[in-house]
Design a protein around this ligand. Structure first.
Ligand code: PMP
Ligand code: GLN
Length: 383
């Protein structure tokens, strides 16, 4: 393994899911639902397979039906207009979109500012692209993790090439506010930075919190690469259909990298996701409402079990502080939790460069059946 990748080892998600299987624990670690997405969308995939749509290499940018559906979604939800032919690119999940964007846009030595704790692939992809990550830490503030805008501003140097933003934010559940996004946009314009924004949890927001796409802020349409995915919104994490929307120059750049990573992906599933994106609003509302109830169940249970709970406004993760349980090391806590309670969780420390900042925080996923969450809570109360 080369020096660029050596520090990353195996992803925490693979490690923890293997631990869950080995110990027969309830897996609230890796974020994937334990029920499948809408039946009509699965049927659409079956139809595409059967009718031979997408069984051979689909077009490099993605099938026209899906590119049009993505553009229609951005317009309908956010009033953002993208040309499906030149401003939309289909990728192998958001994961490939992140990799291709960073590989396409960074020169060796360029600095990338990322919100810490950050999703684990960011650090590895910045490293593969020869960039240098500059973390800006979100810290607990009034019940949620917030961005210090002065710190963000101070992190920008002459070598900063891009801001890598994630809202709703994994693992903290923070949804960036209009004020925070306005400040980020102003900074990007003022310092002439590109922005890559990972919005895979765009539909998973609760309690009236609103997901605002960065591309909609003044001066951002031309400098922003927006990434999303069908994995979270439609509960098909195994399909690996994601997409990028951006100006033609940026999409062409990302496509240049993508063509040598996977060339194309997931032919039949692209047709099915095109249909998913056109589902009526009632699908999205019901999905959100179901997750909100699960969040409330798990958040209340974790609080009763003695954790400090940061109630998430978005995503399907709850971050907790384990110090009230007399613990301080989240990594050790998560390694022993399967044995002690038959539950698997993720230590947030692995998403930090400043490990000590993340040490006491542990993430639990609530995209699981109610009975599974109830059993997990019962077990955690024995701690
Ligand atoms: N970004 C974030 C913040 C995520 O949580 C995930 C899901 N693990 C991804 C990207 C990857 O999405 P996909 O499964 O579509 O590759
Ligand atoms: N995004 C999911 C999570 O944060 C898992 C992704 C993965 O396994 N790479 O749990």
């Amino acid at each position: 393994l080369n020096r660029r990748l050596a520090e990353f080892g195996t992803t925490i998600f693979a490690e923890m899911s293997a631990l869950a299987v080995r110990t027969g624990s309830i897996n609230l670690g890796q974020g994937f639902p334990d029920t499948d997405g809408p039946e009509e969308v699965r049927e659409a995939a079956v139809r595409a397979l059967r009718d031979g749509r997408g069984n051979q290499y689909p077009p490099g940018p993605g099938v026209p039906e899906l590119r049009s559906a993505v553009a229609a979604h951005q317009l309908r939800r956010y009033g953002l207009s993208y040309d499906p032919d030149t401003e939309v690119l289909v990728t192998a999940g958001a994961t490939e979109a992140i990799a291709a964007s960073l590989l396409a846009l960074l020169e060796p030595g360029d600095e990338v500012i990322a919100l810490e704790p950050y999703y684990d692939s960011y650090a590895a992809c910045i490293a593969m692209a020869g960039g240098k990550r500059v973390p800006v830490t979100l810290r607990p503030d009034g019940g949620s993790f917030r961005l210090d805008l002065d710190e963000l501003r101070d992190a920008v140097t002459d070598r900063t090439r891009l801001l890598l933003i994630n809202t709703p934010h994994n693992p903290t559940g923070t949804v960036l506010t209009r004020e925070e996004l306005t400040a980020i946009a102003r900074l990007a314009v003022e310092r002439d930075l590109l922005v890559v924004t990972d919005e895979v949890y765009e539909h998973l927001v609760f309690d009236g919190a609103e997901h605002l796409p960065l591309a909609a802020f003044p001066g951002m349409r031309e400098r922003t690469v927006t990434i999303s995915s069908s994995g979270k919104t439609f509960s098909f994490t195994g399909w690996k259909v994601g997409w990028v929307t951006a100006s033609p120059g940026l999409v062409a750049a990302v496509r240049s990298a993508k063509q040598f990573l996977t060339y194309v992906s997931s032919g039949p599933f692209q047709y099915a996701v095109a249909e998913a994106l056109a589902l009526p609003e009632s699908y999205f509302t019901a999905f959100r409402e179901d997750l909100r109830a699960k969040r409330d169940l798990l958040a209340a249970g974790l609080a009763e079990a003695g954790f400090t709970v940061f109630r998430p406004a978005g995503t399907y993760f709850v971050t907790t502080d384990i110090r009230p349980l007399g613990e301080s090391d989240g990594v050790a806590f998560c390694r022993s939790l399967p044995e002690r309670a038959g539950v698997v969780a993720i230590p947030n420390a692995v998403f930090y460069d400043h490990r000590e900042e993340g040490a006491p925080f542990v993430r639990f996923a609530f995209c699981k059946r109610t009975s599974v969450l109830e059993e997990a809570v019962r077990r955690l109360k024995t701690l």
